[in-house]
Design a protein around this ligand. Structure first.
Ligand code: FES
Length: 78
């Protein structure tokens, strides 16, 4: 599988409401960390992600987190 583009080497930390989100996995979206359909025509698909409570979320923007849409610190090693 092709490697995703590193959108940035730090998380996008935003106040996030409880709900369903579509996380960009290709790294090409202009609406990081969310899908804007830039993946169309590639092998990437967005990752449906549930946020279970309102609050600050550190969304992964490097696209290499082992914790799905959520930053796990992997960006520090890139
Ligand atoms: Fe932190 Fe991807 S931005 S692991």
């Amino acid at each position: 599988m092709k490697n995703p583009k590193i959108a940035q080497k730090s998380p996008v930390v935003i106040d996030t409401k409880t709900g369903t989100y579509y996380f960009c996995t290709c790294g090409e979206s202009k609406k990081q960390p969310f899908c804007d359909d830039s993946h169309t025509g590639s092998e990437f698909v967005p990752e449906k992600t549930e946020v279970k409570e309102d609050g600050k979320v550190a969304w992964c923007a490097c696209k290499y987190s082992k914790n799905g849409a959520f930053c796990d610190g992997t960006h520090r090693d890139l």
